[in-house]
Every structure is written in C-alpha cells, then in structure tokens.
Design a protein around this ligand. Sequence first.
Ligand code: SMG
Ligand code: MG
Length: 366
Amino acid sequence: MKITGIELRRIAMPLRAPFRTSFGTEHDRDVLLVRVVTTEGDGWGECAAMTAPRYNHEYVDAAQDVLRRHLIPALPSTVDAHAAGRAMEQFKGHKMTKAALETAILDAQLRATGESFASYLGADRASVPCGVSVGIADSLPELLDTVDDFVQQGYVRIKLKIEPGWDLEPVRAVRERFGDQLLLQVDANAAYTLADARHLARLDAFDLLLIEQPLADDDLVQHAQLARRLTTPICLDESIESAAHAAAAITLGACQIINIKPGRVGGYLEARRIHDLCRAHGVPVWCGGMLETGLGRAANIALAALPGFTLPGDTSASNRYYATDITPPFELTDGHLDVPTAPGIGTDPVPDVLAEVTTTTEWIAL
Ligand code: SMG
Ligand code: MG
C-alpha cells in the first residue's frame, strides 16, 4: 500500500456539558483527525491528545507539529500498520500521535482487504457493555441527578471522578442512593500521594470495582505500596504507556487491573499486546476513553470486544458528550453498543457535519 498524501484536519466539537476532572475542566474538544490517502483507498485515525498537556504531556498542537516534521516524513514508501509502527519507533514518546497515524494506516489497510477492526484484533463479541465517566460536580444533589440520568439510560457501570475534597462523600452518596448492586468505580487522575493512603483506605468500605490512577504517573513503586494498604483493587491508566510498563506494573504488584487506551499506548497493535499480556497473567482490562468522536469510538468498541476486556469500558454512546457526532451516532441498547462489522473502523464521517466542525485542514503530499 502506497500513501499518496495525508490530511491533518482539526475539528472543534462543543461538549454538551463541561467535564471536570482533578486536572481541569473541558468545555470543547479540539480534535486532530488524520486521513491517509493511499493507492488502495483512505483511512481515518483520531488523535486522543487534548488541548493542553494536563492528562499527560501530549497536546494537540504538538501532535500536529510532530506528525508534520517527523512522523510522516519517516514513513516508508510502501507501508502497512506494522511497518509504520517500526518507522516511528526512532522517535521518543508522542504515543497518542503515533497511534493516530498508525490507526489511519490500519484503517486504510483493512478497508482494502475488507476486514473489520474487530475481526483483525480478535474480538469475540458482537456488542460490549458500556460504562460512563461522571465528572466532578458542584454539589452532591447535582451529582446524584447526573448519575440517575445515566442509570436510567442503561449504563451498566458508573465511574466517578474524584480529587482531594471530592471523594468519600460523593461515593457514599451514590452508594446510598443507588444501592450495593450498582457497579461503581472512581478515577483520581493522579491527584493523590502515598501520604493519602490512610484516607484512600476509607474508600474500601464502599465495595468499589477499582480505584483508577490514584498516584502520579511515574509512581509505580508507590502504587505497589498503596496496593498493600487497600482492599479496593488499583487500576492504572496514565502510568501504562506500553506493554513493557504493563509487565513492570504487574510484576511490582502496582495494579490488579489495567485501563487500556489505544492512544495512550501508541495504537491498537500495542493495545492488543497489553491485552494479551494481561490475559496471560489473569489481569482484567477495560477500554478507557478520551472523549472520542465516532471515529475513535468505533475502533475502541472493536478493541473492547476482545476476550480479556472483562470489565465495562468508558465506551459511552455518542450523546454522552456530543449533541451531533461526526459519524452516525453510537446508541446504547440495554447498556450495550454494537461492535462495528464493516471493513476497517466500520464507520465514516458524515460529510456535511464534518465540514461544519472543521477549523483547519493541512495537506501533506508524499
Ligand atoms: O471518553 O468517556 C470518555 C472519557 C472517560 O474519564 C474519562 N477519561 O482519565 O480516564 C480518564 C479520562 C481522561 C480524559 S479526561 C478529560
Ligand atoms: Mg483515567
């Protein structure tokens, strides 16, 4: 497959409601889309990087810059997803950006051969159970209303964003209102330190599925120490950027569960390696989210259908974040989303909607 050119397209997607985490509040999603144009047809990839480097070090302007200056010029003239991954290895970091380019190439390649992401990755289910991530609210009544709405919509698992000062009380309030049967977990986005261990242990009373990324990204050893002081399982998100990190975390006892985000780990091929590694070690995984549009969501749903994804993911419906998605919307049925079966990622942008939200396009001829 020969790439003739690559389009870097920025779109501005207003969120239906602000989304607050321990590191900031998102109002809009500034998304970089990569469209590779090949001799065999086009392919799409969505970059998970956000506007500012708060979730991790990547941010969307830097993503576009490194694609233009380094990653795209390094591609071999004949390319598939594996070859693209190897060509980009010489550059450090920028995993979300590499993932976007590799995904676009994989999409083009699979569309050309007629195979879906789900089939290529090894999915064994036709639909996946969906959870939803609930931001930090201004008050407990507001939080309970939001959770109630999501439960009514059918979400099978609720994740509460927490931070110091918004942890025990929201968890207690949600447990009291919705009962012990509700699958409930929390995500701190690295907002605590090991000095908070005694406080975090008070969450053990609420029978949570897991606590996600309580400590800093590079605190694997401290996560292992914290794990010995909690009965709530620790799940790592930001800390895991590769299969090697996953192996280290498992060996150290830094986590019992891993959140796999294809962007964070450099693409779907590495995501599958982490899945395989975790499965061999009996470590459950689930698919995280980065407020993707339908393009990123489609591929994530395919990944979430692999056999080791035994916990519901942050693979919510399109309307969780967007009034109008750039693809036909993903809609919940009984708390599940259908895994796309068409070739490649299995969906396409709606041209009019895409045109309307586009802020810039850059064409790089190869
Ligand atoms: O796509 O539903 C989604 C977002 C889920 O909470 C979510 N993502 O740390 O897991 C996480 C966060 C990262 C993005 S927060 C702006
Ligand atoms: Mg997280």
